[in-house]
Design a binder for this molecule. Sequence first.
Ligand code: GCU
Length: 426
Amino acid sequence: MNMIAKILPLILVCLATLTADAQERKVNYEEAKVPDYRLPPILEMPDGTAITDANAWTTKGRPATLEQFRTHVYGRAPMARPSLRFKVQDHEDQALQGKARRRQVRLYFSDDDQGPQVNLLIYLPVKAARPSPVFLGLNFQGNHTIHADPHIPVTQSWVRNNKDVGAENHQASAEGRGRVANRWPVEKITAAGYGLATAYYGDIDPDFNDGFRNGVHTLAGEKAPAADEWGSIATWAWGLSYIMDYLQQDAEIDPKRIILMGHSRLGKTSLWAGAEDERFSIVISNNSGCGGAALHRREFGETVKIINNAFPHWFCDNFTDYSERVDACPVDQHQLIGLIAPRPVYVASAADDRWADPRGEFLSCVHASPLYELLGTDGIAQQEMPGIESPIFSTVGYHIRSGKHDVTHYDWEQWIKFADKHLGSP
Ligand code: GCU
């Protein structure tokens, strides 16, 4: 029994890899093979009634579209967020050799100090005349991996996937300190007048298919979620809203200038969090692809079928209904961007990241634009896909940079310019 328990995770990983390889071979990377598709019209109610003014969108179109995404794609949260409870663990005005202020705060999801909790790490510009605008983003491997700063405790909750659960030593260690610092240029962000707030996504919900038995799911009772209730993306988004509850009452931070960013699966998460929670003033999706900014009906790169098979815990169960018939899904991802309107949104792609379908990510922005215009903004500045490293900074912003699936300094430089433009200089 012990032996089986030990090797089972390994077998599961091998099976998942084999399946992923087989699927990878069938993936379409040819523009000519993108099927003809018809997108659900963004300016129409689900019953076909046209949405002709801002009021109709706000009072009817938006709530109906949000409900469709909850029911068919991400799932709804089965419980309300708890009232805010936190402890400040660290308050240092001279962090990073005097280049930033550092705060570390533990947020509790229940009355139990041992219950689910999230450790929030915040860097703020060392001098600020008024409360700072802040970039908020979840990280993949623990707060200590985002910077070499020795004062960030090593995460105690490192469990990312089945492989880590089965591994001999799945605890994170100090060796990982600063491992992904290239993705989190703290000094560049604070020098530009912005703060950075980050937390480990596994604090909210460990990212593997565990039958919803850990993270904040334990607070929703033993039952597995219903077919229209949250998968992990909606759970991470729910956690982001709880973090927002904290940021909102912190006098050093400007709650009207919180810029939510996320990469990859966390880019999907930032779009959904921005749709659910209108307090985020700008939403940034980096290389979010399928289930994020990319149009599902294009079936280019990763498809709904592939993602549902590989990551069954990310979406609600109803989403599997569309694995074989994506055309039947009542929504597509341009409408997800529309749920963020009229707030500025920025979609970033990488040229070598064909798995995430850069053109599909751009087209979502184009097809969301009529709604942005109806709401009185400029929408997207151009209809043709821009060249490499030619960013667009209209209310719907976009760039495609050279290189692979990743977060780079180039990406951050564009997001800072975009935030300066739309929120005013810090
Ligand atoms: C996989 C997955 C993507 C996801 C990415 C990530 O590649 O297929 O949908 O965006 O992981 O989050 O790293």
